[in-house]
Design a protein around this ligand. Structure first.
Ligand code: AMP
Ligand code: ZN
Length: 466
């Protein structure tokens, strides 16, 4: 049905699992279910983290433009993410709490709110369900009980572990060379049987975790807390069922977190949960890795330097989500300049034009081809220079903004010129088009008395300050 309506625009997305771009068909005809790996809330999100969620936001907008309803779920990791992804070290929440001399529960709530505020500032819509690991302990325990019943777990002095050797397919998404890894240089496995085995449940008091924990629960195996990976399997299953359409996260998730989520689902259901696995590449800062606890840069830092959050969003749209992007103030400056130019242009153009079908098709064709946003932005700039009337350019660009999310239609007009001036200019244009010359001249005079000049051009009029 959809492909009949839009033969050239069928949505295709890159699937990390299959390492290729494939046509997207959701499990249900109308609704697309998405699970988004959310932040670990022990500190402020950095602009790299935010890149990931802007990518997801663009994806959701593209799905909506394809007439799908999006059902999305994002977790908040507020317990269980250890300082090393290999399940050693301390819980990041505990470290954060100690460093900031606040309790773990308090910092979790605080940084979750700060994160969601950053998303709002970037025009990233919040997921329909935002779910916290600490509020789904029972679901995680019962998932582990199921895995245990099927023989996929073993106990060590510090927790319950998933035995990755039980699955031939383990690590396929990352194309992990398990044999190579195991046979490689000697590593300290602790009590684990194999290098890739991972914790499902960690006990509270072990030699690794001697500090008194603030977040702990009783379980069939003893008091402790869940591992990081089980929360996503338990919560995605609870809200989306064992099979859903798209699972998203950052590129760092491929080799450990998502390999482990897949292992849990395969052990429990015999198949991996998502039709598409999509991963956003990292943003770097002047060529270096960003980290919440090390070299970091927040959205607020940019705002304090006089940038708008949407300047940063524009910058993100200039690169493809599967390419590395290096953040620099120079690049942000040119994004801010481009956005300002666009707004200024739009502010001078009349409304009520029509969306140009040709440009619309090129734009949708590009975003439907695995979210080619840089090329789609190029189409936008082509429109500004095209022979279309300014009113049609404006209507076409406002349509593009449904995907871009730059709030072009809301802010511009009033900011650059008072609405009364824009209304007068529109009335004059109407009068001129209908050859009511006297009326048109009278309005022009009125505008000029108010300090504004109307310049007619081939593609429409522009307002200028005298
Ligand atoms: P975290 O809060 O560390 O769990 O990360 C939240 C999300 O941000 C995850 O999906 C990460 O993969 C992603 N992420 C972390 N660092 C970056 C970065 N520099 N660029 C883009 N995404 C990132
Ligand atoms: Zn996850």
């Amino acid at each position: 049905m959809k492909s009949e309506q839009n033969p050239v625009k069928k949505l295709q997305l890159f699937d990390t699992y299959r390492r290729g771009i494939y046509p997207f068909y959701p499990i249900s005809d109308e609704v697309v279910s998405i699970y988004i790996c959310g932040p670990t809330v022990y500190n402020y999100a950095h602009i790299g983290n935010l890149r990931n969620y802007v990518f997801v936001d663009v994806l959701k907008r593209v799905l909506r433009i394809n007439d799908y309803t999006v059902q999305d779920v994002m977790n908040i990791t507020d317990v269980g993410h250890l300082s090393s992804d290999a399940d050693s070290g301390e819980d990041k929440m505990q470290i954060g709490a100690r460093q900031q001399q606040r309790c773990a529960w308090e910092i979790a709530k605080y940084f979750e709110t700060a994160f969601l505020d950053d998303l709002t500032a970037l025009e990233v819509s919040h997921a329909g369900v935002v779910c916290r690991a600490t509020e789904h302990i029972d679901e995680q325990i019962s998932y582990i009980v199921q895995l245990e019943a099927k023989g996929f777990t073993y106990q060590t002095p510090d927790g319950i572990y998933f035995d990755t050797q039980m699955l031939d397919s383990y690590g396929y998404i990352a194309r992990l060379n398990i044999a190579g890894q195991q046979g490689g240089k000697r590593v300290d496995l602790g009590h684990k049987r194999h290098l890739t085995d991972f914790a499902l449940w960690k006990f509270s008091v072990t030699k690794d975790d001697t500090k008194e924990r603030q977040m702990q629960w009783s379980s069939p195996w003893g008091t402790g807390f869940p591992g990081w990976h089980i929360e996503c399997s338990a919560m995605s299953e609870k809200y989306l069922g064992p099979r859903f359409d798209i699972h998203v996260g950052g590129e760092d998730h491929i080799s450990v977190h998502h390999a482990n989520e897949i292992a849990q689902c395969e052990a429990r259901y015999g198949e991996q949960p998502a039709s598409f696995w999509m991963h956003g590449r990292f943003l770097q800062l002047d060529g270096e890795k960003l980290s919440k606890s090390g070299k970091s840069l927040r959205l607020l830092d940019l705002v304090n330097r006089g940038y708008e959050p949407l300047d940063f969003r524009y910058l993100l749209l200039t690169s493809h989500y599967r390419s590395h992007l290096n953040f620099s103030i120079k690049a942000l400056n040119s994004a801010a300049r481009a956005l300002k130019r666009l707004r200024t242009m739009l502010a001078t153009w009349p409304s009520f034009g029509e969306i140009n079908v040709g440009y619309k098709n090129s734009f949708v064709g590009l975003v439907n081809h695995d979210l080619k946003m840089p090329q789609a932005l190029a189409v936008l700039w082509q429109v500004t220079k095209s022979g279309l009337s300014n009113a049609d350019k404006k209507a076409t660009i406002y349509f593009f903004d449904k995907i871009l999310g730059l709030s072009l239609s809301q802010q511009v007009a009033v900011k650059e010129y008072p609405q009364a001036i824009i209304d007068l200019a529109n009335n004059r244009d109407e009068a001129r088009k209908n050859q009511r010359w006297q009326q048109s001249d009278a309005i022009r005079k009125e505008l000029s008395d108010l300090g504004y000049l109307i310049v007619d051009g081939k593609s429409g009029y522009k307002i200028k300050r005298i």
